[in-house]
Design a protein around this ligand. Sequence first.
Ligand code: NAD
Length: 241
Amino acid sequence: MSLALVTGGSRGIGSVIAINLAKSGYDVAICYSGNEKAAEETVEKIKEAGVKAMALKADVSDPDQVSKMFSDIKEEMGNVDVLVNNAGITRDGLLISMSEESFDAVIDINLKGTFNCTKLAVKDMMRAKHGRIINISSIVGINGNAGQANYAASKAGLIGFTKSVAREYGSKGITVNAVAPGFIETVMTESLPEKVKEAYLGQIPVKRFGSAEDVAAAVEFLASDKASYITGQVLEVTGGM
Ligand code: NAD
């Protein structure tokens, strides 16, 4: 059975991606930064699909923690076949008031975290001559967004990273793609003022906000054998936004 690792899989979009992959038959490991209870709840839901599951507390921005996470997963469940780099944070603010700490934190987790995890996953995938890496970017990484210079830079960086790694390892049976969600209803977005939400809705041709399930379906496709001839791509899940 194939094993998927979903970073930031304890809640929000990552949790739905993890549960959806479990329903497709993957064993699933998730990592998370803080909320152990949410991680345990997600693990229970993954197990309900009849597959193996484990949760690991690991900060993806720390190479030592990532290295320990991969060896713990290997010991318990085997090699990672599908890596979903989903862990991400925002620290919004206009550029002139954005602190260096806010800039660094977002780049370290969203971009460097993906580098740390991908580097380790690729080594095992090369040996297996098969692998799927799916990086959760954002439409903001393509279009930019006022108040999110740090976040947009991290998500744009993920796109360049995706296209480069895809070129390096395509010949080894490893595909690397990005999913760029638009406005997805989660805790990350529910705190936005109603007026801002209405303005976004006006820009979405399909006239609804996205769901975590919409993103999970795109990830499931890119992880599958049906997507074996697709690499280095950015799949927008935005309702046409
Ligand atoms: P969320 O805040 O609900 O969940 C984030 C997850 O990342 C949590 O599981 C958390 O534990 C984990 N995490 C945070 N920092 C971490 C770290 N240092 N190490 C390990 N794990 C860490 O977020 P969400 O809304 O579900 O977003 C998930 C992904 O989708 C993010 O990459 C986000 O940028 C992206 N995204 C979200 C939206 C949206 O509308 N919500 C839109 C586009 C892209």
